[in-house]
Structures are given as structure tokens and as C-alpha cells.
Design a protein around this ligand. Structure first.
Ligand code: ZN
Length: 224
């Protein structure tokens, strides 16, 4: 079986070269970009090519792309490529969104279509939180008392000495006495109905949003 060769435009002048050998479970791909050369990394050039995206090919040969798609059937690389591209799309969705309020403005219609009732609450409480809350309904149609999922931005944390402490576990449940309110290093998080952490915390909204959307898009029937 012949080796397939593709050239893709990257961030440098010379196009990168992707080589594909074998098929099915034995399909192997190599790209000479910096990420691809590390070997263990699965670079975005291969991911997009396996997903059939020919937009970055320097000399698109549909015959070879179609042949690669045929050889890729049954390859674990396909699922990996799908994850990689989905993740990039989520990152792109996050780009340009600077706040929980902007996330609410952009995604409220989609999430309400899924059956969620969404609530935006800004500048709440002592730690100054912005919250986008997703409420499900009981079987009788009434709105649940607590939100199933909350995307939260918490401006401040509590510090004792130089240690950031958690109010509920360290102060109420423990012995710490918070001295100072400090800006949080990782202000974005996703919170469950009982107040526990579902995911995060993160420094950047671009990291929190993909996870939030992944959970929210399961819809209000899902268990969280
Ligand atoms: Zn590459």
C-alpha cells in the first residue's frame, strides 16, 4: 500500500508535511510540525485532515483525502481527531467572550431551547460573584429551587496568612479565621446544585466555557 503525503499551510513559510501509512487500526500518521515531531503529541494538522478539513492543504488532492478517509475507518485516531477539533471549536466559542454575562447573552437562547431556565446574577455577595444558573423543572412543571449547574466567576477569595482558604470547609467546618479578601487566582468554576464543585476552578473563561457547554448541552434531564 502506498504512503499518502499531504502538505499543509502552518505558521511558517514552508508547508508542513504529513505522511500517512497503513490503514484501520494500523493507520499511522506523522507530521513534521513542532508538535508532530514530539511524537507523542497529536497535532492539529493531522486532526483536521482526518476530519476531512482540506482548507489548510497546500495542494489539495481530493483523491488522496478520500483515500485517507477510507484507510482511517476503524482507526482510533479518528475519535482522537474528533475530540481535538471539537475542543478547538469550543475554544473558538470562548474567544471574544469576556464575562459570565456575555456567556449568558450568547448561549441563553440555545440553552433555553434545550429546556433550561437560565438566570444571570451579577455581583452577588461578599466574594462578589457573577453567576449563570441553569434551572431544571420538577415533573409537575415547577421550577427547581436550586440550579442544577452554575457557571460562576468569584472575584475574591479568603486568605489566612498567605494561604487561600475555602469559606465552607476551612472556616465553617474548620478552624481558620479569614483575615483578608484577595482577588482569586482561578476565579471561574462550575458548581453543582448542592454548592459543590462540578469542574474547575480555572484562571480563564476560555477553559471553563467548553466544560460548561458540554454539561449544559446534556439538557435538564441529565444527572449532574
Ligand atoms: Zn502538524
Amino acid at each position: 500500500m502506498s504512503t499518502l503525503v499531504f502538505y499543509v499551510k502552518g505558521s511558517v513559510k514552508e508547508p508542513y508535511r504529513i505522511i500517512a501509512e497503513g490503514e484501520g487500526e494500523n493507520l499511522r500518521t506523522f507530521c513534521n510540525c513542532p508538535a508532530g515531531k514530539k511524537g507523542a503529541a497529536f497535532c492539529k494538522h493531522v486532526a483536521y485532515l482526518l476530519q476531512g478539513d482540506v482548507g489548510k492543504l497546500a495542494s489539495p488532492s481530493m483523491k488522496d483525502v478520500t483515500e485517507l478517509a477510507r484507510r482511517a475507518k476503524g482507526s482510533p485516531l479518528l475519535a482522537k481527531a474528533g475530540d481535538r477539533v471539537d475542543n478547538d471549536i469550543s475554544q473558538a466559542e470562548a474567544a471574544g467572550l469576556a464575562s459570565v454575562a456575555e456567556v449568558h447573552a450568547k448561549f441563553m437562547p440555545e440553552l433555553e431551547d434545550l429546556g433550561w431556565t437560565t438566570v444571570l446574577a451579577e455581583r452577588v455577595g461578599e466574594q462578589d460573584k457573577d453567576r449563570m444558573e441553569l434551572y431544571a423543572r420538577y415533573k409537575n412543571g415547577n421550577l427547581r429551587v436550586r440550579p442544577s449547574i452554575t457557571l460562576e466567576f468569584v472575584r475574591f477569595g479568603y486568605e489566612e496568612g498567605s494561604r487561600e482558604i475555602d469559606w465552607s470547609t476551612d472556616v465553617i467546618g474548620g478552624s481558620a479565621t479569614p483575615a483578608t479578601l484577595i482577588p482569586r487566582q482561578k476565579p471561574f468554576g462550575i458548581v453543582r446544585a448542592d454548592g459543590g464543585t462540578l469542574a474547575g476552578p480555572w484562571k480563564h473563561l476560555s477553559a471553563a466555557l467548553p466544560k460548561f457547554l458540554e454539561l449544559a448541552r446534556r439538557g435538564p434531564i441529565a444527572k449532574f
